[in-house]
Design a binder for this molecule. Structure first.
Ligand code: FA5
Ligand code: MG
Length: 521
């Protein structure tokens, strides 16, 4: 693992983050797009409700997650002294915030489970990256250090992604990776090949709905060139020669932005000439477009096989500028799908500091990260992300044999939709919290929606379909803040009785009082 070297200050740009989950700044409307399932099980894209927008505060009083004490709102007196993940034992401390339900998923490795839709999606993507160049790493341990997950990638010390409200910590310096980029620095240091693909489970504390789950899977890919090994030392010529060896495609791609932009998407001018960055970007974009064309072509073929009336619409793809602390320039690739633009991946020209810190200063290249469930939901028309974790044969049997014959790929046929049972919970926030109205002692950790999501998940697990903020207001006299959330209980496997839903809801209400100190209304 790379040592705790601090990256040059100029690579650390503090940016506000929209949405709880992104490691990018709000680059485009795409950040606001979420998958949602509509009646009838068809997937569509909707804008996230406004409560999903969380703009991080970077003011010094708001504090950096790394230096601030763990939040008092989530006491963990029941914390085990040690925990085991994949056969290894770790010592916890007061940063520990991993619920048993999440720990239990660390061994599932859906990306490696034969004929699981996440594994099929991995296989389809891998098929577009030849093994000779792109070495596969599919068994990296989910437990990583804060150095691997954040510091090695140039995340500033106060980046919101480090907060306990967003990330599952085992102890102050050890966590469940939030993205596969946690392995970039080590893989560059090992320098075992010209490229790699890493698939793995990643963990994020997040809202509850049909497209968000605390565990999902990502694939990371990278391609590097070594200035000292290319013919005549001409890395630009070498990259274009590699580009020329890639297939072409006939999908129209919108790419209106300049290759780099001094403010929005800068060239790393200390390290790369414009020609070098443009060559890397050209190879990156073609490689990823070929992957997306493959996925959507397969999705359309499956649709056409099953539905004789299927109307094929031309695939629309576009590049938008993005920001990641570890790439520059950076982009996201979006695909037009059922009436809206869907972000499918993030990528960019690797920050040269990563190679320098990995003792490979002579290398340069690109990297990308893609969410496998998001792609699998489109590919198979899977309407609810909880289904991926189902052990129900009615789910799993639908994919049998697909890994050995991708042409058998079929859309998922929902086996049933059991009735939903929603219940509201209203409460006053603790009056000492900033969110509760007492801004004099602002403490952003006091009420965090992700803490509520976790209480709900802890009690009701996969029986919760989604949780939505319905209403909030501040009392004009006392300044106290009241919130009302609607919890939608719906099992994927059976019809819930009203008594069962009531029982879950009562335990959620008690959990909110005990764990978050709210006052029920
Ligand atoms: C990242 O995680 C970066 N590590 C990606 C990257 C890698 C950039 C290498 C540059 C170089 P982001 O948080 O946007 O970025 O997630 C990347 C992809 O994961 C998204 O495009 C999306 O496909 C998927 N993803 C992110 N959050 C979720 C979620 N909650 N549910 C499902 N998929 C998600
Ligand atoms: Mg993103």
């Amino acid at each position: 693992m790379a040592g705790p070297r601090v990256l040059a200050a100029n690579v650390m740009r503090v940016v506000p983050r929209i949405g709880a989950r992104s490691h990018v700044r709000a680059s485009a409307t795409a950040s606001l797009l979420r998958l949602s399932a509509q009646a009838g099980g068809r997937l569509s894209l909707t804008r996230a409700p406004s409560h999903c927008l969380r703009v991080a505060s970077y003011s010094s009083s708001a504090g950096g997650a790394a230096s601030s004490p763990p939040p008092p709102s989530t006491p963990n007196s029941s914390r085990p002294a040690t925990i085991e993940v994949n056969g290894k034992t770790y010592t916890t401390d007061e940063w520990y915030n991993v619920p048993q339900t999440v720990l239990a998923l660390t061994g599932r490795k859906l990306h490696l489970q034969k004929d699981h839709p996440v594994a099929i999606t991995r296989q389809i993507i891998e098929s577009k990256f030849p093994t000779a160049t792109y070495k596969r790493y599919n068994e990296f341990d989910p437990v990583v250090s804060t150095i691997q997950n954040f510091d090695s990638l140039g995340f500033p010390p106060d980046h919101v992604g480090r907060a306990r409200s967003d990330t599952y910590y085992i102890n102050e310096t050890t966590l469940l990776r939030t993205h596969t980029s946690a392995h970039q620095a080590d893989t560059f240091r090992a320098s075992a090949s010209d490229g790699y693909l890493i698939s793995a489970d990643v963990y994020r504390r997040d809202e509850v709905d049909r497209s968000h789950y605390p565990v999902f899977h990502q694939m990371e890919g990278a391609r590097v060139w070594d200035r000292t090994k290319v013919p005549n030392g001409d890395v630009v010529a070498a990259i274009y020669a590699d580009l020329a060896k890639l297939p072409t495609h006939d999908v129209k791609v919108e790419d209106p932005n300049p290759p780099h932009h001094p403010e929005r998407n800068p060239l790393q001018s200390e390290h790369h000439t414009p020609e070098e960055a443009e060559a890397v970007a050209a190879h990156l974009k073609r490689s990823l477009e070929l992957m997306v064309v493959e996925i959507f072509t397969r999705a359309k073929q499956a649709a056409a096989r099953q539905d004789p009336n299927y109307v094929d619409e031309p695939l629309r793809v576009r590049w938008v500028e993005a920001y990641f602390p570890f790439t520059s320039p950076s982009w996201e690739l979006e695909v037009y799908y059922q009436g809206d633009w869907l972000e499918v991946l993030g990528c960019g020209v690797c920050k040269q500091e990563l190679f320098i810190n990995a003792d490979q200063p002579q290398q340069l290249g690109w990297a990308f990260g893609i969410g496998l469930e998001r792609i699998a939901m489109l590919l198979f028309q899977i309407p609810d992300i909880r289904l991926f974790w189902s052990k129900d044969e009615r789910f799993l049997s639908q994919f049998t044999g697909v890994q050995d014959g991708l042409d058998k790929l079929k859309r998922f046929v929902p086996f049933s939709k059991y009735p939903a049972c929603w219940k509201d919970v209203s409460f006053w926030l603790r009056s000492t919290s900033a969110a509760g109205g007492n801004t004099a002692v602002a403490n952003v950790h006091d009420f965090h929606e992700n803490d509520l999501m976790e209480v709900v998940r802890d009690v009701a697990g996969d029986v919760v379909e989604d949780v939505q903020l319905k209403d909030q207001f501040t009392h004009p006299k006392t300044g106290r803040k009241s919130m009302c959330y609607r919890i939608n209980y719906r099992s994927l496997e059976k019809t819930l009785t009203n008594e069962e839903a009531n029982d879950f809801h009562e335990r959620v209400r008690q959990g909110l009082v005990e764990k978050l100190g709210v006052e029920l209304r």
